[in-house]
Design a protein around this ligand. Structure first.
Ligand SMILES: O=C(O)CCC(=O)C(=O)O
Length: 503
């Protein structure tokens, strides 16, 4: 266990699109809303637990604060960087990112400091993904994977790593820490989502879809063959050598599993493939859209509809950082193996630590999901409007209403299916979204971003004539209704907080 420490906050900017682009308890609701006392007692008073399988390759990097307890007070980070010591660690790494593997190897011999910086695993990960483009066998670390891929005759197993004394850097330390931490129990215990089993489609629409509220649906995929069959061995036997999108590359499934079985890193590559049904039709035949989500108006676009269904596979610690789903669609996400922790904020509450750009096209957020938990989860307990949270387990399906921010982390190796859809309840939202002036930037999952609005509107109109007009009229009536004061509003004086009578 580590003692509590101050952690610096690192952010990255991402395009707003939810899904990575291809190319590139059974607690009921009543049990949930009380844990204020629990938070107050538990949070921040405990340290962090390291995973038993935490990566050991730290090169001896220590957090900067430890420098003040060291007798020599020398930071070999600075002495070994020479004139470059004035640069931030992030900038040093950005510069090193321009070098190839041989150059990094040569630079590593210059000083202890360069040795540590040039061995930073994300640099080697980028090189592997760039140069080997999905054609690699993960070899325990990204550096040795790179060397084995580029110089197959070189014996990477003979290489050992050195520990450097007196190297202090919060940035590098935190990167290791985030790869090594277990989720704290406090981060997992809040469970305040409404859970339903066996409700009718009408109840779902009235209580959740229409008011745009999340719900966890139990028992609605019990008939899926996938639920019984899909595990690592089965998937490898059916499609082990089929390539799937994982981060910026396409990898054979068996090679992805070889990677995900070994990897311990802050942001593991996540397999997130929008074409799995076409690539492996048998997978398509082993699940079906749950009853509640069968109305999907984007289907009127046929092959021209934006990407809408994904198989999602990842090790513990992988997941999706805060985002809103694309094109103002709603989604469902069904866990087939493993379990996922969800944190959801309504559309009008921006999660702490998340900074969307004014045009909504980009989002800056902490570098990793675990970093968000370390630095921002605690802030959610002071919010007036707390997030909806849950752990979604195998056989359960979560409904993610349009516009809701959400973050997901896999608590164990997980396999899931997700689909995004447009029903009549959010058709007008989607059309509005597609018509925004910066649609070319915002719309995702399709090549023809700018014309999607007109194509979709025309296709809906010709398949379901009059539907859009009826929905517009209904929305206007609802707005008028909401503006019209109720009887009690009309007889009370809202400013004085008293009754007003005008006989
Ligand atoms: O990682 C996951 O399973 C969640 C995926 C997600 O957030 C999404 O599909 O929008």
């Amino acid at each position: 266990m580590l003692s509590s420490m101050n952690l610096l906050s690192r952010t990255i900017k991402k395009k707003r699109h939810k899904k990575p682009k291809t190319k590139k308890r059974n607690k009921r609701q009543e049990t949930k809303e009380d844990p204020v006392e629990q938070d107050e007692l538990g949070e921040d008073t405990e340290g962090f637990n390291l995973k038993t399988s935490a990566p050991s390759n730290t090169y001896g990097v220590q957090p900067l604060g430890n420098l003040y307890f060291s007798s020599g007070s020398i930071n070999s980070r600075n002495t070994g960087l020479g004139n470059l010591q004035i640069l931030t660690d992030e900038l040093v790494l950005d510069i090193l990112g321009f070098l190839d593997g041989t150059q990094l190897g040569v630079l590593a011999t210059v000083s202890k400091s360069f040795y540590v910086f040039t061995n930073h695993e994300p640099l080697w990960r980028n090189l592997v993904l760039d140069k080997l483009n999905g054609e690699f066998l993960f070899n325990g670390s990204w550096k040795s994977t790179y060397i084995a891929g580029i110089y197959p005759l070189f014996d990477v197993n003979g290489c050992s790593s050195l520990k450097v004394r007196d190297f202090y850097s919060d940035y590098l330390f935190q990167s290791w820490l985030c790869a090594s931490l277990e989720m704290k129990p406090e981060w997992l215990e809040r469970d305040n989502i409404v859970r339903k089993k066996g409700i009718s489609v009408e109840e779902f629409v009235m209580n959740f879809e229409e008011p745009n509220k999340p719900v966890l649906l139990e028992g609605c995929i019990d008939n899926w063959a996938a639920l019984q069959k899909w595990d690592k061995d089965y998937l490898v036997s059916v499609c082990g050598d089929v390539k799937f999108a994982a981060g910026p590359v396409e990898m054979r499934l068996q090679e992805y599993f070889r990677y995900s079985d070994q990897v311990r890193e802050e942001r593991p590559l996540y397999l997130f493939d929008p074409k799995f049904s076409e690539k492996v039709p048998v997978l398509d035949s082993e699940y079906e859209v749950p009853l509640y989500f069968r109305e999907d108006l984007f289907s009127v676009l046929g092959n021209e509809r934006p990407d809408y269904r994904w198989v999602i596979i990842g090790p513990a610690g992988s997941g999706s950082s805060f985002h809103i789903d694309p094109n103002s669609t709603s989604a469902w996400n069904a866990v087939i193996k493993g379990s996922k922790k969800w944190v959801l904020f309504p559309p009008d509450v921006i999660p702490p630590g998340v900074y969307p750009s004014p045009d909504g096209a980009e989002v800056a957020c902490p570098v990793s999901i675990i970093e968000w938990f370390m630095n921002f989860y605690g802030a959610t307990k002071n919010l007036k409007r707390r997030p909806i949270e849950c752990i979604c387990k195998a056989g359960e399906v979560i409904f993610v209403p349009n516009g809701w921010w959400h973050l997901v982390i896999n608590l164990e190796e997980s396999i899931a299916i997700t689909q995004n859809y447009v029903s009549r309840r959010n058709l007008l939202n989607v059309l509005d979204f597609l018509k925004r002036p910066n649609a070319g930037e915002l719309v995702s999952g399709t090549r023809d971003r700018v014309n999607l609005h007109d194509k979709f509107e025309n296709a809906v109109e010709s398949t379901f004539p009059g539907t859009i007009d009826r929905l517009v009229q209904k929305a206007e009536e609802k707005r008028a209704q909401e503006k019209k004061p109720s009887f009690w509003d009309s007889v009370t004086d809202s400013h004085a907080g008293a009754f007003k009578f005008s006989f």
